[in-house]
Design a protein around this ligand. Structure first.
Ligand code: GLA
Ligand code: ZN
Length: 678
């Protein structure tokens, strides 16, 4: 067994999902049948209690846990482990009635009414106290149960609260950050502009919709605070659990590249990273391949939050969801493909929302393993059971990890600063899209890339792409320089190094903080193009890359010019440069082009780094998980026809076949080929 395996008790991949027995307490026959059906589907875990508060504590101080105990017991007796949640994602009515301070206040200053979920004030002492009481009781009652393997804190943290308690906490947070010195804050926020100078921290309000939204520092600090405060709430719950059962790991379920929270700040405080994966399968905008590429990127974002162990796919839809504009069912075979993609990207779990469809309310028609029909012979059930079998076959790969040699830099701070900056073009900043576009181009070359922060250690990578790194963290420039000096291949783009982490512009030329010397250029102007405007970059090999949206005009100091603009008043000026630092190269592309056009450049960078490009037939997705003794190559055929993949050697754990050269994969087929670790 690999040493990084998340749950030795399970000894392989986790297969399970959200299970809501509290909705069926008056149907013991159904609860009994559930366990039988779970076994048939190869389910080995259930996530329990996510929204159970009103059943645990129907009235303030009146607790009932016996119902849950019998569920956990029965599951355990049948080989099914429990992921135990804290139910803080939704509040019972009695709590909001008695303690309205727990209700969130929106950016117009309006306090919410009772209802919905994920909408409490993260600061409210009463709310924290009520949550802690319940969490403590849960840990005391169930923490020593041999079936409980993981705590799942709350659910999909999100949102901001503008209530007086949060406002006060924000002020304290700022005072601590700026050493209780309001002048430091004024300087960092450049508040003499428009006469916005503060006299003291008490004058500061969050950026209310009808209040102060023109101080960029305030806007960004509010977002940072929201992450900090949400994480503070998460840690409050975690610490209660840990004080009783320190050995049970904790997670909370993230949501892809969610814009509201900087997950990288939360990750170190969790034992396991998990996320909820809901791709828009079979939509009318893109191909299945595009959808899967984007999903692979999202997996990479999550994987990179803790690079040295597997992550978990805490939720996914077995069939369809109920909240998209069009709730289309997954086509036959696609479920298996999506699940194996998660595993190939480094997940050690396939979990669903939800095990069984409820009869009423908001999610009554959300897909589930068990339909209202209630039988185990539906298409969805069969496909889930097939995945269950498959996960058992490939169990030796559990605990291995994906270790790419290439990384893409993505910072939440940078994203927030770019969204807010009054510059460039309002509708085409497209920071996330640009990152995803580049990531996908590398993926086409058979390369998984990590997605890491600009202030993170880059020593494990040979190729690093830093798209639109407008804001530099204090460590970013030093990191990037060290990376190139060590022989790394770096590509930065237009919009690099304009501001520091307070959003103050660098003086003396962009990119600032020493990066001018790294790249050997200064960006003197940036031209924003109208959506229909085009320019081009002419390359020495005769190719021309189309330019849209942004074009910087460079002063080249001591870099080599690899490409020049073709049009407009800056025709002939540098658009692609490279400055050599021994074995390392610092490339700079001054304009936006399609990442696919840049493939020759990416190939060159990989070649410089000595990383072989994997040539794959169209429609085949590839990942590599490595362990101490073995490596596992994942091949996914995303097409509806047979494909042949040459140059594959090893044992396919899916079919047990020994592959000596050509791997044949049927439509939507998957292979997990084991070789010894090199
Ligand atoms: C989220 C939530 C779940 C459920 C699903 C539906 O991921 O965490 O409780 O509502 O969405 O897709
Ligand atoms: Zn609040």
């Amino acid at each position: 067994m690999e040493d990084k395996i998340l749950f030795p008790k399970i000894g392989g991949f986790v297969h399970g999902g959200d299970y809501n027995p509290e909705q069926w307490l008056d149907r013991p026959d159904i609860l009994e049948k559930d366990v039988e059906m779970m076994k048939k589907a190869g389910i080995n875990s259930a996530s329990l209690g996510i929204f159970s508060w009103s059943v645990y504590e129907p009235r303030e101080g009146e607790f009932h846990f016996e119902w849950m105990e019998s569920i956990i017991d029965r599951l355990y007796q049948n080989g099914i482990y429990t992921v135990l949640s804290t139910p803080s994602g939704a509040r019972p009515a009695w709590l909001d009635e008695k303690y309205p301070e727990a209700l969130r206040v929106d950016k117009t200053g309006l306090r919410a009414h009772h209802g919905g979920r994920h909408n409490h004030c993260m600061t409210s002492p009463v709310y924290r106290e009520k949550v802690a009481i319940l969490d403590r009781k849960l840990a005391e009652r169930f923490g020593s149960h041999p079936g409980v393997i993981l705590y799942h804190i709350s659910n999909e943290f999100s949102g901001e609260c503008f209530c007086p308690l949060c406002t006060r906490k924000f002020r304290t947070y700022l005072a601590e950050k700026y050493d209780h010195d309001i002048d430091k804050l004024n300087a960092a926020w450049w508040t003499r502009f428009w006469s916005h100078t503060y006299n003291n921290f008490e004058q500061i309000e969050p950026p209310f919709a009808n209040g102060e939204t023109s101080v960029m520092g305030l806007n960004l600090e509010w977002k940072r605070f929201t992450t900090w405060n949400t994480n503070d709430f998460m840690k409050h719950e975690r610490d209660v659990l840990r004080s009783i059962t320190p050995d049970i790991p904790v997670t909370t379920n993230f949501m892809r590249l969610f814009g509201g929270l900087d997950y990288r700040k939360m990750a170190p405080d969790l034992d396991v990273i998990s996320w909820d994966n809901y791709p828009l399968f079979h939509n009318d905008q893109e191909t299945l391949g595009d959808t899967m590429d984007e999903t692979a990127f999202q997996h990479a974002v999550i994987r990179s939050l803790k690079r040295d162990k597997p992550f978990m796919m805490m939720e996914s839809a077995p069939g369809l969801v109920n909240w998209q504009a069009v709730n289309k069912v997954k086509r036959p075979g696609v479920h298996k493909l999506a699940c194996l993609q998660a595993i190939g990207c480094g997940s050690d779990s396939v979990q669903y929302f939800q095990w069984r469809k409820g009869r009423g309310s908001y999610e009554q028609f959300h897909g589930a393993v068990v339909d209202h029909l209630g039988t185990d012979d539906t298409r969805i059930f069969r496909e889930v059971a097939e995945v269950g079998q498959l996960l058992r076959k490939i169990a030796p790969a559990a605990g291995t990890i994906v270790q790419p040699k290439a990384a893409l830099l993505f910072d939440w701070d940078n994203r927030w600063a770019l969204e807010d900056v009054k510059a460039l073009a309002r509708d085409t900043k497209k920071y996330e899209e640009t990152c995803i576009d580049i990531w996908k181009a590398f993926f086409r070359l058979g390369m998984d890339m990590d997605v890491v922060g600009s202030d993170e250690d880059l020593s494990r990578y040979d190729v690093v792409i830093a798209p639109m790194l407008y804001m530099l963290q204090p460590e970013s420039a030093r990191n990037l320089t060290a990376f190139v000096e060590r022989g790394g291949q770096l590509l930065a783009t237009y919009c690099t190094g304009y501001v520091d982490s307070e959003q103050l512009c660098f003086l003396g030329g962009f990119p600032g903080d020493g990066l001018k010397n790294l790249f050997g250029i200064i960006s003197e102007e940036i031209d924003s193009l109208y959506p229909s405007d085009r320019n081009g970059i002419a390359l020495p090999d005769g190719n021309r890359w189309e330019v849209r949206d942004y074009a910087e005009i460079l002063r080249v100091q001591d870099a080599e010019i690899l490409g020049v603009y073709t049009d407009d008043f800056y025709a002939g000026k540098a658009a692609l440069t490279c400055k050599n630092h021994g074995k390392g190269n610092a490339y700079y592309i001054a304009a936006r082009t399609d990442a696919v056009s840049m493939l020759p450049l990416f190939r060159q960078m990989l070649h410089n780094a000595g990383i072989p490009v994997k040539e794959l037939p169209d429609g085949v997705e590839y990942h590599l998980r490595s362990g101490r003794e073995c490596c596992y190559a994942f091949y996914l055929n995303r097409t509806d026809h047979m494909v042949e993949i040459p140059g594959v050697r090893g044992v396919d754990l899916v079919t047990d076949a020994v592959i000596e050269d050509n791997l044949l994969l049927p439509a939507f087929g998957v292979a997990v080929v084991r070789t010894s670790a090199t």
